[in-house]
Design a protein around this ligand. Structure first.
Ligand code: CAO
Length: 442
């Protein structure tokens, strides 16, 4: 194998430029076009690539040296791929190139000079561009290899402070910046939009405290868990509580139950709630909306598809009843029954869970007085319904407490879209609709 001298190629009109980085050392293997050194003039920095593959025998240059065309960089023993070096040299490099067919010619006693292909300084085709690159505050001052290093790590050089001469950014500066970003305190990361950074959950061996059994989470639980977590941390939730007097509505529902049953429908409170919700969505269109992905626009919907949380043995699913505004209470109750049955039999189609504008989560059949439902994003609000109960309600006319059937409502909304006042207006509207069955049927 031939040992060749690698020289600085034609680098334009520069007589003497600083060597600011040496990327290889004796013993290193290099591939053709790997960067050997970085030079820097007052206008640009440029990497000098290896003209062929091989092994570095000796480095003849160091950081701080001055270099010009023809300066000896290193002695390199041509290795695999060196055949490329045997090809006739480009015309521009011809005066200083001695081509040697490494595989055929015995190693000369005196090293044969080899000149890398001339390269244009990166990003600096003309002096104007070169100056722009170094303009403080505009383009960061860094060599091509440091830029490449930063690109590989995803580091934004405009945010890195250079510690080298004239504020040049070094590889160490990039490393320090990345390290700093990774260890930023949580509050600062949030303030700069850098995402969440929370303590890792400790891995505890619970069997040290007593007997345990480990069960895998269902597919639905895993999917809904990830979505619920995202929704909980992305949308700033506020929950507005209220109570609706459904005494008359419940009487009406009971009076209609037999007729509904004859039509094969179970008429529950949820069907009336759907009707009331659509009425409130019409009155407060911001609740029937979604934020655009960039968060700078509100997309208002002119359709009324309402989802309902359905408890199944595999976990929570949310079927969607379409065009609730065009259906009567019995139609809605029929849809509710059919979709809940499908959900529990795992027969829901994907399209039966899509397109919802608003969700109702009713735990009324189970119990509880109030809860804080998580918004089904990108919807902007969800209504939680708890178990109704007879409460003493003050009647100002008769100046007595009356026993009334009260339904607890818990409305969670995305505070980026909905203000507190509108949250309270929405639940007041619902209360008014539910307490007067005539309004609901209008
Ligand atoms: N107060 C008092 N009783 C109520 C009530 C309320 N708010 N809502 C329903 N009920 C009663 C019903 O009248 C019914 O009584 P009868 O059987 O005596 O007629 C009983 O509770 C059961 O109702 P239901 O569950 O069959 O029907 P529904 O329309 O109320 O609810 C559905 C349907 C699918 C929403 C419900 O079955 C369900 O899955 N709920 C759970 C939702 C859930 O998990 N939410 C939490 C999500 S966040 O994790």
């Amino acid at each position: 194998m031939a040992i060749k001298e690698v020289l600085v190629p034609d680098i334009g009109n520069f007589d003497s430029v600083d060597v600011i980085e040496v990327h290889v050392k004796a013993g290193d293997s290099v591939n053709q076009d790997d960067s050997l050194i970085t030079l820097e003039s007052d206008k640009a920095s440029m990497d000098i690539p290896a003209p062929f593959s091989g092994t570095v025998k000796e480095i003849k240059i160091k950081v701080g040296d001055k270099a010009a065309q023809g300066t000896l960089i290193a002695l390199v023993e041509a290795g695999e791929g060196a055949a490329e070096a045997a090809k006739p040299a480009p015309a521009a490099a011809a005066p200083v190139v001695t081509s040697v067919a490494a595989a055929e010619v015995p190693a000369p006693t005196k090293p044969v000079p080899e000149v890398p292909k001339p390269i244009a300084p990166q990003g600096t085709p003309n002096p104007v561009a070169a100056r722009a690159e170094f303009a403080p505050g505009k383009n960061p001052h860094a060599s091509p290899s440091v830029r490449k290093f930063a690109r590989e790590l995803g580091a934004d050089l405009t945010r890195v402070t250079g510690s080298g001469p004239k504020g040049r950014i070094t590889k160490e500066d990039v490393q320090a910046w990345v390290k700093g970003e990774l260890t930023k305190p949580r509050a600062e990361a949030l303030a700069t939009g850098g995402g969440l950074s929370v303590l890792a959950m400790p891995a505890i061996d619970f069997s040290q405290f007593g007997a345990t059994e480990t069960q895998p989470l269902s597919r639905i639980k895993k999917l809904s868990g990830a979505n619920l977590h995202r929704n909980w941390v992305t949308a700033p939730h506020v929950t507005q509580f209220d109570n609706a007097d459904i005494t008359d509505l419940e009487d009406f529902r009971k009076s209609m139950q037999d007729e509904a049953a004859k039509r094969g429908v179970k008429l529950t409170m949820l069907a009336f709630l759907m009707k009331a919700v659509v009425n409130a969505l019409r009155a407060y269109p911001n609740f029937n909306a979604s934020l655009s992905p960039a968060g700078d626009e509100l997309i208002l919907k002119q359709y009324y598809h309402v989802g309902f949380a359905c408890d199944t043995p595999d976990g929570l699913v949310v079927p969607v009843i379409r065009d609730v505004n065009k259906k009567d209470v019995l139609d809605i109750a029929r849809d509710l029954g059919e979709l809940s049955a499908k959900a529990r039999e795992r027969k829901l189609k994907v399209e039966e869970m899509q397109g919802g504008c608003f969700t109702i989560s009713s735990l009324g059949g189970i119990g509880g007085t109030a809860f804080t439902p998580i918004i089904n994003c990108p919807e902007v609000a969800i209504l939680g319904v708890s178990r109704s109960s007879i409460e003493p309600v003050w009647d100002a006319k008769s100046k007595t407490f009356e026993p009334r059937l009260m339904l607890p409502l818990s409305l969670s909304y995305d505070h980026r879209v909905i203000d507190g006042a509108d949250g309270a207006r929405f639940t007041s509207h619902l209360r008014m609709m539910l307490s007067d069955v005539r309004r609901l049927l209008l």
